[in-house]
Ligand binder design. Structure first.
Ligand SMILES: Cc1cc2ncn([C@H]3O[C@H](COP(=O)(O)O)[C@@H](O)[C@H]3O)c2cc1C
Ligand SMILES: O=C(O)c1cccnc1
Length: 343
């Protein structure tokens, strides 16, 4: 397993940050959660003048053997088709990232089928989808570690181009099943609190999905974060774990999306708890379980739009609000410089 050197941001600048926020020309605390956000951005960057440079989103895509067990409303081929949609610019995440000037990177982390002559797909394929974890571990530990390495390497390549704020999203039919089991294993919450309708199962299908996952859990012994990942994870989730760890090691601002991305973060923080100090939680989604994940992490999301999409959509939509937190820190007048008396 590659080693990541992740340090908690130095907290000694907190008083200066708070002072700058409090002396802005507004009633004390009047910018509410935006003030908390600005404080976190300043701590991550160890500055009173934060800046967002070359924002990027990586969408990691992969297929899942557990799809054979009928846990998704949609067929597995949709993963491949959606990757083509991403590179041709037609998906929801394309629309929202274009709107906010965010660069998109589409990664084949383990999609079933090859992208021949589609140069915009970044080829980081580990295998043609995972194995069905209802029967056997989804991947080997070696493949989980390789995936972590590939996710981390890509973040370093993007950082080398001047990016200091990076978000993660995913595409992979049946991946809410992996995310649910990961959540159950890491948080210890009952499986029923962790399983949801994903792309839109009805109640009967949800009961069947829950049974499949219950049986799969009974089949495997997996306790450490890496064992939970290799037994129940997906290649996109494993690459996100590496990407998250590397982004935190690089002291980048890390933008967290929905239920599946947060499951990767659950693994990453179980390995290195300090990653949380670099995370901005962008959206609380509608998938049963996401709220519980955020509560477990003591996190409050910027937006709650009842979406259940993934792809990094919550990241792209929250981005302008994060930019506003940066801009008020840098551009708003202060009582000190304006010569106006304060509170
Ligand atoms: C057309 C389409 C586009 C999507 N974009 C994201 N997802 C989302 O739905 C999938 C997870 O739900 P489940 O576990 O129920 O399969 C993932 O691919 C996720 O990114 C999509 C799903 C579909 C069908
Ligand atoms: O929150 C998510 O990421 C999500 C929820 C349902 C389906 N796909 C993704």
């Amino acid at each position: 397993m590659i080693a990541f050197n992740i340090e908690r941001p130095d907290q000694s600048t907190l008083d200066d940050i708070q002072h700058k926020i409090d002396f802005k020309t507004k009633p004390l605390g009047a910018l509410g959660d935006l003030e908390k956000l600005a404080e976190k951005l300043c701590l991550i960057q160890q500055t009173l003048e934060p800046a967002l440079r070359n924002p990027n989103i990586i969408v990691f895509a992969a297929d899942h053997g557990i799809a054979e067990s009928g846990v998704s409303k949609y067929p597995q081929e949709v993963t491949y088709q959606m990757v083509l949609n991403f590179v041709y610019g037609g998906a929801a995440i394309n629309v929202f990232s274009r709107q906010h000037g965010i660069e998109l990177n589409i990664v084949d982390a383990g999609v079933k089928g090859d992208f021949v002559d589609v140069p915009l797909v970044i080829n980081q394929k580990i295998a043609q989808g995972t194995r069905n974890f209802a029967i056997e571990p989804a991947m080997s530990i070696a493949d989980a570690e390789l995936a972590i390495q590939k996710g981390a390497d890509l973040v370093n390549q993007i950082a080398a181009k001047g990016c200091n704020v990076i978000g993660f999203g995913e595409m992979g039919i049946a991946n809410t099943s992996s995310a649910s089991v990961i959540m159950h294993k890491i948080t210890g919450l009952p499986l029923l609190n962790c399983v949801g309708k994903g792309t839109g199962l009805d109640d009967e299908q949800l009961a069947s999905k829950t049974q499949v996952l219950q049986n799969a859990l009974a089949k495997h012994v997996a306790n450490s974060p890496i064992e939970i990942l290799n037994t129940f994870g997906g290649f996109e989730i494993a690459q996100m774990v590496g990407a998250i760890l590397q982004a935190a090691a690089n002291k980048m601002i890390l933008l967290v999306d929905g239920f599946i991305t947060t499951s990767a973060l659950l693994i990453a923080q179980a390995i290195h708890p300090a990653v949380i100090d670099y995370c901005i939680f962008c959206h609380q989604g509608d998938e049963n379980g996401h709220k519980g994940m955020l509560e477990y992490l003591n996190a409050k999301a910027i937006l709650k739009l009842n979406m259940r999409l993934g792809e990094g959509s919550g990241v792209a939509l929250a981005y302008p609000i994060i930019q506003s937190a940066v801009n008020f820190m840098n551009e708003m007048a202060s009582f000190e410089s304006a010569g106006v008396s304060s509170h």
